[in-house]
Every structure is written in structure tokens, then in C-alpha cells.
Design a protein around this ligand. Structure first.
Ligand SMILES: [Zn+2]
Length: 302
């Protein structure tokens, strides 16, 4: 199975066996991260590898979705941060190695991680023995970031979020008002996993980072074997680089070894009703394209 996380002890022993420090090891892992990319539109494979303050190494890669507007794409650095967040990594990102210079969108998205200006970055296509690390502040001077809009003590991405949300008591129906879409062949599995799907989507919404809009959300996906993957919405102070919850759940699906998207057969979105930022329409668009038989149900929370 493709690797998306390396444990702290394994990272130490890999570095030791090559006579390197762990930060020096990162550039040599970038090619493996690039191999995880799914970029059918650009065919440009981007890999990102990060060393968390907890000693683990996390991987990220770019993901593109043909047939959808480009803003549905997941950038490698966003994948990396989502992978960290989903696995309790952090709270700091100490070092990162990327195959190509981070785009402006990613430089901005990274601002949601506390202290990221001091994160050391190396941009490399080839492994180097003595990587030339420099602080992220050197590639994004004068950033616009969370502190332009929030108090210093508000939790940022990779810090604990516990949005106080509970599900509204409402019928759990499909878009057509049915209990489930019987035609996709997975109705029984979806009904069996109904509570788990709802609870995981609620957990994801509680953990989501939505301090700018106050509109938290989370998605849980179920594959054809009944395994469930959750993704939390993560906002950016600059809005557009925000990570939508379906994309975050797709990252969780990939990082857990998920295969083709067509194996995703059911999804639940938890969000507030009638608020200024809602995910339902875009989540439906995304899932309809990547896995047409996947059934999305929406549960509102308060
Ligand atoms: Zn990018």
C-alpha cells in the first residue's frame, strides 16, 4: 500500500541508516510523494513531504478532477496539511520539502498553520544531501493571514477545534425524499452504516476550521466495503484557498489506501441550514462527477 505517513521511529531509523538528519531525509522522499499524485488534467505531478513537531513525516500530492472546474483540485501542500490534520499531526509543521515552488494559493493556505512563517522549506526536483532550507517567510513576505481577522488565541488548523454542534432531528433522506437510493446497489450497506456515517460527518464538522464564516461543515464518505472516511472543512483567511469538506474526505480516502473514486458509494454532509456559506451544491457537483452512483445525504446541525 502506498505510504502517506511515516512514524517518528521509522523516520529516525531511515535517516540514521543513510547518515542523515530527519530534515535532510525529506527531499529524498519527494519522488515517492509525487508518485501518489492523480493529475489527469495537467499531468504535472507535485509531491510535498512535511515533518511534524510530533516527529512524524506526512505526504501530500496534487489531485485533479476532469469534468469539474479547476477550483475543485487539491494541491499537494493542501493535501499534506489535510493529511496532518486528519491524523492528529502537529501542532507545528517544522520542515517541508516540495517538488516544485508552491503556488500562491498554497503559500496563502499554509498561513492557517500557526508559526508557519518559521517552517523551513526546500524546493527540489532532485534529492540533495544538504538541502538548502529557508523559512516560508522568505517566499511569502508581508502575508495576509489569520491574525488580520482573528484574535491570536483562536485555534488555527492543526490545533484542537471543538465546534459545539449537534444534529437537527430531521428525516435522513436523499435529495428525492427517499430513505436511500435503492438503484445504486449499496442501499443495505448505506442503511447499516447510517449512524456511523452521520456521526463521522458530525465529528468532522465539529473539528472543522471555519472561524471566518462561522459555517462549519464536515463530510463522511463510505466505500463499497462499508469503510467510512471523514473530512473537515478548513477555511483560509483569503477565502478562495479554503479546503472544502468533500476534498478533505477524498484526501482521507486516498491516505487510507482507497482506490478508484467509483468505490465511493455513499456520503453524508453535515452543515448548518440557511447560513451564508453552504457546501451542499458544490459537494453534490463534485460527487456526481467523481462517483456518479454515490448518494449524498445532507444532515443539518445547530
Ligand atoms: Zn498549490
Amino acid at each position: 500500500m502506498a505510504k502517506y505517513i511515516i512514524s517518528a521511529s521509522e523516520a529516525q531509523s531511515m535517516a540514521k541508516s543513510r547518515g542523515l538528519t530527519v530534515p535532510q531525509l525529506l527531499p529524498s522522499l519527494v519522488k515517492s510523494a509525487q508518485a501518489l499524485a492523480r493529475p489527469p488534467i495537467s499531468n504535472f505531478h507535485v509531491g510535498a513531504v512535511g515533518l511534524s513537531s510530533d516527529g512524524r513525516i506526512f505526504f501530500g500530492a496534487n489531485v485533479e478532477f476532469p469534468g469539474l472546474p479547476l477550483h475543485h483540485s487539491i494541491h499537494a501542500e493542501q493535501f499534506l496539511i489535510t493529511n496532518l490534520a486528519a491524523h492528529g499531526g502537529g501542532p507545528r509543521l517544522l520542515y517541508m520539502a516540495v517538488s516544485a515552488a508552491p503556488c500562491g494559493h498554497c503559500r496563502q493556505f499554509l498561513q492557517e498553520v500557526r508559526g508557519v512563517s518559521d517552517t523551513q522549506i526546500v524546493i527540489t526536483d532532485e534529492p540533495q544531501e544538504n538541502p538548502d532550507y529557508r523559512p516560508i517567510s522568505s517566499i511569502l513576505p508581508n502575508p495576509f493571514g489569520p491574525y488580520d481577522l482573528l484574535d491570536q488565541e483562536m485555534p488555527l488548523i492543526l490545533e484542537k477545534h471543538d465546534n459545539q454542534l449537534c444534529l437537527k432531528d430531521q428525516p435522513f433522506l436523499t435529495q428525492n425524499g427517499n430513505l436511500t437510493n435503492l438503484s445504486n446497489g449499496y442501499a443495505e450497506l448505506a442503511i447499516k452504516n447510517e449512524e456511523n456515517l452521520k456521526n463521522k460527518a458530525l465529528e468532522a464538522a465539529r473539528e472543522s476550521h471555519a472561524p471566518y464564516s462561522g459555517c462549519p461543515s464536515g463530510v463522511a464518505l463510505m466505500d463499497c466495503e462499508g469503510k467510512v472516511y471523514k473530512g473537515s472543512y478548513m477555511e483560509s483567511a483569503a477565502y478562495n484557498p479554503s479546503m472544502m469538506p468533500v476534498q478533505a474526505a477524498v484526501v482521507a480516502y486516498m491516505a487510507a489506501g482507497g482506490g478508484g473514486y467509483e468505490r465511493i458509494v455513499a456520503a453524508v454532509l453535515v452543515e448548518k441550514e440557511g447560513v451564508s456559506v453552504r457546501q451542499e451544491a458544490t459537494a453534490r457537483l463534485m460527487l456526481n462527477h467523481v462517483s456518479p452512483k454515490c448518494e449524498l445525504r445532507v444532515v443539518h446541525c445547530v
